[in-house]
Design a protein around this ligand. Sequence first.
Ligand code: KIV
Ligand code: NA
Length: 262
Amino acid sequence: MQRLTIRDFLKKKGKEKITMLTVYDYSMAKILSETEVDGFLVGDSLGMNVLGFPSTLQVTMDHMIHHTRAVVRASPRQLIVVDMPFMSYEPSNEVAVKNAGILASEGADAVKLEGGVEVYERVANIVKFGVPVMGHIGLTPQRYLTLGGYRTVKDEAKLISDALALEEAGAFSIVIENVYAEIAKKITEKVSIPTICIGAGPHCDGQVLVIHDLLGMGDIQPYFSRKYLDLKAEIREAVKRYINDVKTGTFPGRENYKSRES
Ligand code: KIV
Ligand code: NA
């Protein structure tokens, strides 16, 4: 099956909801590649979810390259969007283009970076030189220090100008994180590119969720996520059975080992 493209995303606006999930490694990418989900986000949330960092500020290009390679090796049909980590695009247009190019050459179909008006030039340059960009506005975790924490962003006029700036700069889609549903609705109506929401209500063109939250594997369960599985409990229960089977001598069973007599 053909890999989805940014054109497929654009065509879905107003017709069909787009679904995305974060994916950080090969085995999950393999599993999810056989679902109908449209897009994979190799999110810098991997810093917390798989590397145990306190925030996304510790995530580097090397981390993103490492995890992008793992996801790309699964050859999924999903569009692969890769987060540009903290300070990989902020310093200059040159730095931004160079790092976006590295991620694209590793197999990213698009990159995502945080911000609106302030990243206009970065987005325009990256797109101009051949790498599609997904924007990310509202709560931008890489700016949590200046935002004063992980909080709902309420400045409607700023959010709208950020979204319009991203569209004008050539972004093919925009993630809207943690803003009032009414504002996300307004933005979705104002831009011609698909909006992908997380914690921004039901009126967007699509939705993204962190796979750890969906599966019940994360340290915390954000109010805007839904736990479809309690995998943490399932894993502990499976391990408990394993320990018990070893201790009682029921594992390994006769089918699990070879013996000279047959
Ligand atoms: O890194 C991430 O998981 C993200 C999503 C929350 C959009 O950027
Ligand atoms: Na991210």
